[in-house]
Design a protein around this ligand. Structure first.
Ligand code: PMT
Length: 399
Protein backbone atom coordinates (compact mmCIF):
# COMPACT_ATOMS: atom_id res chain seq x y z
CA UNK A 1 0.00 0.00 0.00
CA UNK A 2 2.79 2.45 0.89
CA UNK A 3 5.28 1.15 -1.66
CA UNK A 4 7.13 4.06 -3.29
CA UNK A 5 4.81 6.61 -1.70
CA UNK A 6 6.63 9.87 -1.02
CA UNK A 7 5.93 10.89 2.56
CA UNK A 8 7.18 13.88 4.50
CA UNK A 9 7.14 13.27 8.24
CA UNK A 10 6.91 16.60 10.06
CA UNK A 11 8.10 16.29 13.64
CA UNK A 12 7.25 19.06 16.12
CA UNK A 13 8.45 19.64 19.66
CA UNK A 14 6.46 17.49 22.04
CA UNK A 15 7.46 14.65 24.34
CA UNK A 16 5.81 12.23 21.88
CA UNK A 17 8.51 13.12 19.30
CA UNK A 18 10.32 9.93 20.33
CA UNK A 19 7.40 7.94 18.87
CA UNK A 20 7.99 9.63 15.51
CA UNK A 21 11.20 7.58 15.21
CA UNK A 22 9.18 4.37 15.17
CA UNK A 23 6.62 5.95 12.80
CA UNK A 24 9.46 6.81 10.37
CA UNK A 25 10.84 3.29 10.69
CA UNK A 26 7.46 1.64 10.07
CA UNK A 27 6.70 3.88 7.07
CA UNK A 28 10.08 3.00 5.54
CA UNK A 29 9.62 -0.74 6.19
CA UNK A 30 6.22 -0.48 4.46
CA UNK A 31 8.05 0.73 1.32
CA UNK A 32 7.57 4.50 1.57
CA UNK A 33 10.31 7.02 0.84
CA UNK A 34 10.35 9.12 4.01
CA UNK A 35 11.85 12.58 4.37
CA UNK A 36 11.77 14.10 7.82
CA UNK A 37 11.27 17.80 8.47
CA UNK A 38 11.88 18.82 12.09
CA UNK A 39 11.16 22.02 13.97
CA UNK A 40 13.92 23.49 16.17
CA UNK A 41 11.87 22.46 19.23
CA UNK A 42 11.62 18.85 18.00
CA UNK A 43 15.43 18.68 17.93
CA UNK A 44 15.40 19.16 21.70
CA UNK A 45 13.63 15.79 22.01
CA UNK A 46 15.15 13.72 19.18
CA UNK A 47 18.19 14.22 16.97
CA UNK A 48 18.35 14.72 13.23
CA UNK A 49 20.92 11.95 13.10
CA UNK A 50 18.39 9.40 14.40
CA UNK A 51 15.94 10.18 11.62
CA UNK A 52 18.68 10.30 8.98
CA UNK A 53 19.87 6.85 9.96
CA UNK A 54 16.34 5.41 10.15
CA UNK A 55 15.10 6.83 6.83
CA UNK A 56 18.34 6.86 4.87
CA UNK A 57 17.36 10.34 3.69
CA UNK A 58 18.54 13.85 4.57
CA UNK A 59 16.64 15.58 7.35
CA UNK A 60 15.55 19.21 6.95
CA UNK A 61 14.87 21.79 9.60
CA UNK A 62 16.75 24.98 8.81
CA UNK A 63 15.07 27.37 6.40
CA UNK A 64 18.40 29.06 5.67
CA UNK A 65 20.75 26.07 5.52
CA UNK A 66 22.83 25.79 2.38
CA UNK A 67 20.67 24.09 -0.22
CA UNK A 68 22.13 20.73 -1.25
CA UNK A 69 19.21 18.72 -2.46
CA UNK A 70 16.46 21.02 -3.71
CA UNK A 71 16.24 24.12 -5.86
CA UNK A 72 14.05 26.09 -3.42
CA UNK A 73 13.97 23.57 -0.62
CA UNK A 74 10.60 24.13 1.04
CA UNK A 75 8.84 24.46 -2.32
CA UNK A 76 10.39 21.49 -4.10
CA UNK A 77 9.97 19.27 -1.05
CA UNK A 78 6.34 20.41 -0.78
CA UNK A 79 5.78 19.51 -4.44
CA UNK A 80 7.64 16.21 -4.16
CA UNK A 81 5.39 14.72 -1.47
CA UNK A 82 2.31 12.53 -1.95
CA UNK A 83 1.44 13.03 1.70
CA UNK A 84 2.66 15.11 4.64
CA UNK A 85 2.20 13.56 8.09
CA UNK A 86 2.78 15.85 11.05
CA UNK A 87 3.30 13.60 14.08
CA UNK A 88 3.32 14.67 16.80
CA UNK A 89 1.42 17.85 15.92
CA UNK A 90 1.60 20.38 18.74
CA UNK A 91 -1.09 23.01 19.43
CA UNK A 92 1.41 25.51 18.02
CA UNK A 93 1.77 23.91 14.58
CA UNK A 94 -2.00 23.33 14.30
CA UNK A 95 -2.61 27.03 14.99
CA UNK A 96 0.12 28.18 12.59
CA UNK A 97 -1.02 25.86 9.81
CA UNK A 98 -4.62 26.97 10.24
CA UNK A 99 -3.96 30.70 9.99
CA UNK A 100 -1.10 30.41 7.51
CA UNK A 101 1.88 31.53 9.59
CA UNK A 102 5.08 30.50 7.82
CA UNK A 103 7.97 31.20 10.19
CA UNK A 104 10.08 28.04 9.87
CA UNK A 105 10.72 25.29 7.34
CA UNK A 106 7.84 23.02 8.37
CA UNK A 107 5.15 25.72 8.55
CA UNK A 108 6.33 27.26 5.27
CA UNK A 109 6.24 23.89 3.56
CA UNK A 110 2.74 23.18 4.92
CA UNK A 111 1.59 26.38 3.26
CA UNK A 112 3.23 25.48 -0.04
CA UNK A 113 2.20 21.84 -0.39
CA UNK A 114 -0.75 20.56 -2.39
CA UNK A 115 -0.28 17.04 -1.03
CA UNK A 116 -2.66 15.36 1.43
CA UNK A 117 -1.82 16.71 4.90
CA UNK A 118 -2.42 14.59 8.00
CA UNK A 119 -2.03 15.87 11.55
CA UNK A 120 -1.68 13.59 14.56
CA UNK A 121 -2.21 15.98 17.50
CA UNK A 122 -0.46 15.19 20.79
CA UNK A 123 -0.51 17.48 23.81
CA UNK A 124 -1.87 18.03 27.30
CA UNK A 125 -5.63 17.29 27.57
CA UNK A 126 -6.59 20.84 28.52
CA UNK A 127 -4.58 22.21 25.61
CA UNK A 128 -6.25 19.72 23.26
CA UNK A 129 -9.75 20.51 24.52
CA UNK A 130 -9.18 24.29 24.52
CA UNK A 131 -11.64 26.00 22.15
CA UNK A 132 -8.70 27.59 20.29
CA UNK A 133 -7.13 24.20 19.49
CA UNK A 134 -10.49 22.61 18.69
CA UNK A 135 -11.30 25.57 16.45
CA UNK A 136 -8.02 25.18 14.54
CA UNK A 137 -8.61 21.43 14.14
CA UNK A 138 -12.15 21.99 12.82
CA UNK A 139 -10.91 24.68 10.46
CA UNK A 140 -8.02 22.54 9.15
CA UNK A 141 -10.46 19.66 8.56
CA UNK A 142 -12.76 21.98 6.63
CA UNK A 143 -9.79 22.92 4.43
CA UNK A 144 -9.25 19.25 3.60
CA UNK A 145 -6.60 18.20 6.14
CA UNK A 146 -7.02 14.83 7.89
CA UNK A 147 -6.79 14.50 11.65
CA UNK A 148 -5.77 11.33 13.47
CA UNK A 149 -7.70 11.52 16.74
CA UNK A 150 -5.36 11.37 19.75
CA UNK A 151 -5.61 8.42 22.13
CA UNK A 152 -6.79 8.83 25.73
CA UNK A 153 -4.96 7.80 28.84
CA UNK A 154 -2.31 9.03 31.27
CA UNK A 155 -0.24 11.70 29.54
CA UNK A 156 3.43 12.50 30.10
CA UNK A 157 2.41 15.54 32.17
CA UNK A 158 0.41 13.32 34.55
CA UNK A 159 -3.00 14.49 33.29
CA UNK A 160 -5.55 11.89 32.23
CA UNK A 161 -7.61 12.35 29.07
CA UNK A 162 -7.35 12.78 25.30
CA UNK A 163 -4.05 14.04 23.92
CA UNK A 164 -1.73 11.05 23.61
CA UNK A 165 -0.10 10.30 20.27
CA UNK A 166 -1.60 6.96 19.15
CA UNK A 167 0.79 4.00 18.92
CA UNK A 168 3.04 4.27 15.81
CA UNK A 169 1.44 1.16 14.31
CA UNK A 170 -1.96 2.90 14.49
CA UNK A 171 -0.63 6.14 12.98
CA UNK A 172 0.87 4.22 10.06
CA UNK A 173 -2.37 2.27 9.62
CA UNK A 174 -4.30 5.55 9.45
CA UNK A 175 -1.94 6.72 6.68
CA UNK A 176 -2.40 3.42 4.83
CA UNK A 177 -6.17 3.85 5.01
CA UNK A 178 -5.89 7.29 3.42
CA UNK A 179 -3.98 5.84 0.46
CA UNK A 180 -6.47 2.95 0.30
CA UNK A 181 -9.33 5.34 -0.56
CA UNK A 182 -9.67 4.65 -4.22
CA UNK A 183 -9.07 7.52 -6.59
CA UNK A 184 -12.48 6.80 -8.07
CA UNK A 185 -12.78 10.17 -9.78
CA UNK A 186 -9.29 10.30 -11.31
CA UNK A 187 -9.58 11.74 -14.81
CA UNK A 188 -13.03 13.22 -14.12
CA UNK A 189 -13.88 16.90 -13.84
CA UNK A 190 -16.22 18.01 -11.05
CA UNK A 191 -17.70 21.52 -11.01
CA UNK A 192 -19.05 22.67 -7.63
CA UNK A 193 -20.74 25.91 -6.62
CA UNK A 194 -20.85 27.06 -3.01
CA UNK A 195 -21.48 30.06 -0.79
CA UNK A 196 -23.99 32.83 -1.34
CA UNK A 197 -24.22 35.32 -4.18
CA UNK A 198 -24.75 38.97 -3.25
CA UNK A 199 -26.49 41.76 -5.13
CA UNK A 200 -25.36 45.37 -4.60
CA UNK A 201 -27.77 48.18 -3.88
CA UNK A 202 -25.18 50.92 -3.67
CA UNK A 203 -21.36 50.93 -3.11
CA UNK A 204 -21.92 49.98 0.55
CA UNK A 205 -25.01 47.81 0.82
CA UNK A 206 -26.01 44.51 -0.72
CA UNK A 207 -28.66 41.79 -0.54
CA UNK A 208 -27.19 38.52 0.75
CA UNK A 209 -28.10 35.21 2.40
CA UNK A 210 -26.78 33.05 5.24
CA UNK A 211 -24.66 30.62 3.21
CA UNK A 212 -21.24 29.98 4.77
CA UNK A 213 -19.96 27.82 1.90
CA UNK A 214 -19.37 24.89 4.27
CA UNK A 215 -21.60 22.37 2.44
CA UNK A 216 -20.27 23.16 -1.04
CA UNK A 217 -16.63 23.37 0.12
CA UNK A 218 -17.00 19.95 1.81
CA UNK A 219 -18.27 18.50 -1.48
CA UNK A 220 -15.34 20.05 -3.36
CA UNK A 221 -12.90 18.63 -0.77
CA UNK A 222 -14.46 15.16 -1.08
CA UNK A 223 -14.28 15.22 -4.89
CA UNK A 224 -10.63 16.36 -4.75
CA UNK A 225 -9.80 13.56 -2.29
CA UNK A 226 -11.21 11.10 -4.84
CA UNK A 227 -8.78 12.37 -7.45
CA UNK A 228 -11.13 14.58 -9.50
CA UNK A 229 -10.08 17.79 -11.21
CA UNK A 230 -12.24 20.11 -9.11
CA UNK A 231 -13.39 23.58 -10.08
CA UNK A 232 -15.03 25.45 -7.20
CA UNK A 233 -17.04 28.55 -8.02
CA UNK A 234 -17.84 30.38 -4.80
CA UNK A 235 -19.87 33.33 -3.70
CA UNK A 236 -19.45 34.81 -0.22
CA UNK A 237 -18.13 32.21 2.23
CA UNK A 238 -17.00 32.07 5.83
CA UNK A 239 -14.43 29.31 5.32
CA UNK A 240 -11.17 28.89 3.41
CA UNK A 241 -11.20 26.90 0.15
CA UNK A 242 -10.11 23.28 0.58
CA UNK A 243 -6.70 22.08 -0.63
CA UNK A 244 -6.28 20.15 -3.86
CA UNK A 245 -8.53 22.24 -6.11
CA UNK A 246 -7.65 22.59 -9.79
CA UNK A 247 -9.35 26.01 -9.93
CA UNK A 248 -11.05 28.36 -7.48
CA UNK A 249 -13.21 31.19 -8.80
CA UNK A 250 -14.56 33.80 -6.39
CA UNK A 251 -17.65 35.69 -7.52
CA UNK A 252 -20.07 38.19 -6.02
CA UNK A 253 -23.27 38.30 -8.03
CA UNK A 254 -25.52 35.66 -9.60
CA UNK A 255 -24.63 36.87 -13.08
CA UNK A 256 -20.91 36.51 -12.30
CA UNK A 257 -21.57 33.00 -10.97
CA UNK A 258 -23.44 32.12 -14.17
CA UNK A 259 -20.48 33.22 -16.31
CA UNK A 260 -17.94 31.31 -14.21
CA UNK A 261 -20.07 28.16 -14.20
CA UNK A 262 -20.72 28.25 -17.96
CA UNK A 263 -16.96 28.64 -18.60
CA UNK A 264 -16.29 25.26 -16.97
CA UNK A 265 -19.56 23.42 -17.64
CA UNK A 266 -19.00 21.92 -21.08
CA UNK A 267 -16.32 19.35 -20.18
CA UNK A 268 -17.44 18.76 -16.58
CA UNK A 269 -18.52 15.20 -15.78
CA UNK A 270 -20.34 16.01 -12.52
CA UNK A 271 -21.86 19.39 -11.63
CA UNK A 272 -23.08 20.03 -8.09
CA UNK A 273 -24.81 23.32 -7.34
CA UNK A 274 -24.73 23.81 -3.58
CA UNK A 275 -24.57 27.61 -3.77
CA UNK A 276 -27.36 29.76 -2.37
CA UNK A 277 -28.10 31.95 -5.37
CA UNK A 278 -29.93 35.29 -5.28
CA UNK A 279 -33.04 34.96 -7.45
CA UNK A 280 -33.48 38.74 -7.63
CA UNK A 281 -31.26 41.82 -7.84
CA UNK A 282 -32.00 45.53 -7.33
CA UNK A 283 -33.17 47.01 -10.63
CA UNK A 284 -30.83 49.95 -10.20
CA UNK A 285 -27.52 50.14 -8.37
CA UNK A 286 -26.84 53.64 -7.02
CA UNK A 287 -23.43 55.04 -7.95
CA UNK A 288 -23.13 56.68 -4.53
CA UNK A 289 -24.32 55.85 -1.02
CA UNK A 290 -28.11 56.11 -0.79
CA UNK A 291 -28.85 58.83 1.79
CA UNK A 292 -31.65 58.29 4.27
CA UNK A 293 -34.73 60.53 4.21
CA UNK A 294 -37.81 60.69 6.42
CA UNK A 295 -39.75 58.58 3.90
CA UNK A 296 -39.95 54.81 3.49
CA UNK A 297 -37.62 53.37 0.90
CA UNK A 298 -38.78 50.88 -1.73
CA UNK A 299 -36.33 48.64 -3.58
CA UNK A 300 -37.47 47.38 -6.94
CA UNK A 301 -36.04 43.96 -7.77
CA UNK A 302 -35.65 42.20 -11.09
CA UNK A 303 -35.15 38.52 -11.85
CA UNK A 304 -31.71 36.98 -11.97
CA UNK A 305 -30.96 34.11 -14.33
CA UNK A 306 -31.70 30.65 -12.96
CA UNK A 307 -28.27 29.11 -13.54
CA UNK A 308 -29.23 25.55 -12.69
CA UNK A 309 -32.27 25.61 -14.98
CA UNK A 310 -30.05 26.82 -17.82
CA UNK A 311 -27.56 23.99 -17.12
CA UNK A 312 -30.48 21.51 -17.15
CA UNK A 313 -31.23 22.65 -20.70
CA UNK A 314 -27.59 22.33 -21.80
CA UNK A 315 -26.86 19.04 -20.01
CA UNK A 316 -25.49 16.18 -22.12
CA UNK A 317 -26.34 12.52 -21.49
CA UNK A 318 -22.85 11.81 -20.08
CA UNK A 319 -23.07 14.63 -17.51
CA UNK A 320 -24.48 14.26 -13.99
CA UNK A 321 -26.28 17.37 -12.77
CA UNK A 322 -27.09 17.73 -9.08
CA UNK A 323 -29.01 20.57 -7.45
CA UNK A 324 -29.83 21.54 -3.90
CA UNK A 325 -33.16 22.73 -2.53
CA UNK A 326 -33.17 24.89 0.58
CA UNK A 327 -36.72 25.03 1.92
CA UNK A 328 -38.54 25.98 5.11
CA UNK A 329 -41.82 24.21 4.22
CA UNK A 330 -43.17 21.55 1.83
CA UNK A 331 -39.61 20.21 1.43
CA UNK A 332 -40.36 17.15 -0.69
CA UNK A 333 -42.96 18.83 -2.88
CA UNK A 334 -40.79 21.86 -3.73
CA UNK A 335 -37.64 19.75 -4.17
CA UNK A 336 -39.49 17.36 -6.52
CA UNK A 337 -40.67 20.28 -8.62
CA UNK A 338 -37.10 21.68 -8.89
CA UNK A 339 -35.77 18.21 -9.79
CA UNK A 340 -38.11 18.07 -12.77
CA UNK A 341 -38.08 21.72 -13.88
CA UNK A 342 -34.29 21.94 -13.80
CA UNK A 343 -33.73 18.52 -15.46
CA UNK A 344 -31.51 17.20 -12.63
CA UNK A 345 -30.24 13.68 -12.05
CA UNK A 346 -30.96 14.13 -8.37
CA UNK A 347 -31.60 16.88 -5.87
CA UNK A 348 -30.36 17.27 -2.30
CA UNK A 349 -33.16 18.72 -0.19
CA UNK A 350 -32.51 20.36 3.16
CA UNK A 351 -35.11 21.88 5.47
CA UNK A 352 -33.07 24.87 6.60
CA UNK A 353 -35.46 25.64 9.46
CA UNK A 354 -34.44 22.44 11.33
CA UNK A 355 -31.76 22.67 14.06
CA UNK A 356 -28.49 21.19 12.77
CA UNK A 357 -29.56 21.52 9.12
CA UNK A 358 -28.83 23.98 6.33
CA UNK A 359 -26.88 27.20 6.69
CA UNK A 360 -23.73 27.93 8.70
CA UNK A 361 -23.05 24.90 10.92
CA UNK A 362 -20.84 21.87 10.29
CA UNK A 363 -23.83 19.50 10.07
CA UNK A 364 -26.82 19.03 7.79
CA UNK A 365 -29.89 16.81 7.44
CA UNK A 366 -30.71 15.92 3.85
CA UNK A 367 -33.04 13.92 1.66
CA UNK A 368 -31.88 12.82 -1.79
CA UNK A 369 -34.64 12.72 -4.42
CA UNK A 370 -33.91 10.92 -7.69
CA UNK A 371 -35.59 10.81 -11.09
CA UNK A 372 -36.85 7.27 -10.45
CA UNK A 373 -39.01 8.64 -7.63
CA UNK A 374 -36.83 7.28 -4.82
CA UNK A 375 -36.24 9.38 -1.70
CA UNK A 376 -33.23 8.62 0.50
CA UNK A 377 -33.57 10.13 3.97
CA UNK A 378 -30.32 10.68 5.86
CA UNK A 379 -29.96 11.53 9.55
CA UNK A 380 -27.98 14.46 10.97
CA UNK A 381 -24.34 14.09 9.87
CA UNK A 382 -21.37 16.37 9.31
CA UNK A 383 -21.35 18.16 5.97
CA UNK A 384 -18.18 16.25 5.05
CA UNK A 385 -19.83 12.88 5.78
CA UNK A 386 -22.85 13.84 3.70
CA UNK A 387 -20.55 14.98 0.91
CA UNK A 388 -19.13 11.45 0.69
CA UNK A 389 -22.66 10.06 0.27
CA UNK A 390 -23.58 12.73 -2.31
CA UNK A 391 -20.39 11.94 -4.29
CA UNK A 392 -21.13 8.19 -4.07
CA UNK A 393 -24.59 8.79 -5.57
CA UNK A 394 -23.19 11.09 -8.28
CA UNK A 395 -20.51 8.53 -9.18
CA UNK A 396 -23.12 5.80 -9.44
CA UNK A 397 -25.10 7.91 -11.94
CA UNK A 398 -21.90 8.52 -13.92
CA UNK A 399 -21.49 4.80 -14.46
O1 PMT B 1 -23.24 27.19 2.72
P1 PMT B 1 -23.73 26.54 4.00
O2 PMT B 1 -23.79 27.53 5.15
O3 PMT B 1 -22.99 25.28 4.33
O4 PMT B 1 -25.27 26.12 3.77
C1 PMT B 1 -25.59 25.10 2.87
C2 PMT B 1 -26.81 25.46 1.99
C3 PMT B 1 -28.05 25.59 2.85
C4 PMT B 1 -26.56 26.77 1.25
C5 PMT B 1 -26.97 24.29 0.97
O5 PMT B 1 -27.17 23.09 1.66
C6 PMT B 1 -28.14 24.54 0.02
O6 PMT B 1 -29.28 24.18 0.28
N1 PMT B 1 -27.86 25.17 -1.15
C7 PMT B 1 -28.88 25.60 -2.11
C8 PMT B 1 -29.51 26.88 -1.66
C9 PMT B 1 -30.50 27.43 -2.65
O7 PMT B 1 -30.27 28.43 -3.24
O8 PMT B 1 -31.54 26.68 -2.84
P2 PMT B 1 -32.77 27.03 -3.86
O9 PMT B 1 -33.81 26.05 -3.49
O10 PMT B 1 -33.10 28.48 -3.78
O11 PMT B 1 -32.18 26.74 -5.29
C10 PMT B 1 -32.32 25.48 -5.93
C11 PMT B 1 -31.10 25.15 -6.76
O12 PMT B 1 -31.00 26.03 -7.87
C12 PMT B 1 -29.79 25.25 -6.02
O13 PMT B 1 -28.95 24.20 -6.45
C13 PMT B 1 -29.24 26.60 -6.45
O14 PMT B 1 -27.81 26.61 -6.45
C14 PMT B 1 -29.79 26.74 -7.87
N2 PMT B 1 -30.11 28.12 -8.27
C15 PMT B 1 -31.04 28.85 -7.61
C16 PMT B 1 -31.40 30.10 -8.04
C17 PMT B 1 -30.76 30.63 -9.18
N3 PMT B 1 -31.06 31.85 -9.63
N4 PMT B 1 -29.84 29.91 -9.82
C18 PMT B 1 -29.51 28.67 -9.40
O15 PMT B 1 -28.65 28.00 -10.01
Amino acid sequence: MLKDKKIILGVTGGIAAYKAVEIASRLKKAGAVVRVVMTEEAKKFVTELTFREITGQPVTSDMWAEIQHYSVAHISLAEWADLVLVAPATANILAKADVGIADDFLSTMLLATKAIVVYSPAMNTNMFNHPATQGHIASLKAKGARIIEPASGVLACGAVGAGRLPEPVDVVEAVEKIFAVKQSLAGKKVLVTAGGTIEPLDPIRFIANHSSGRQGYAIAAEAAARGAEVVLVSGQAAVEPPVGLAKFVKVDTTRQMREAVLADFDDADIIIKAAAVADYRPKTVAANKIKKTDDDFVIELERNPDILKELGGLKKSNQVLVGFAAETQNLLQYAQSKLEKKNLDFIVANDVSKPGAGFQGDTNIIKILSRDGSVEELPLMTKRELSAIIMDRAEAKLK
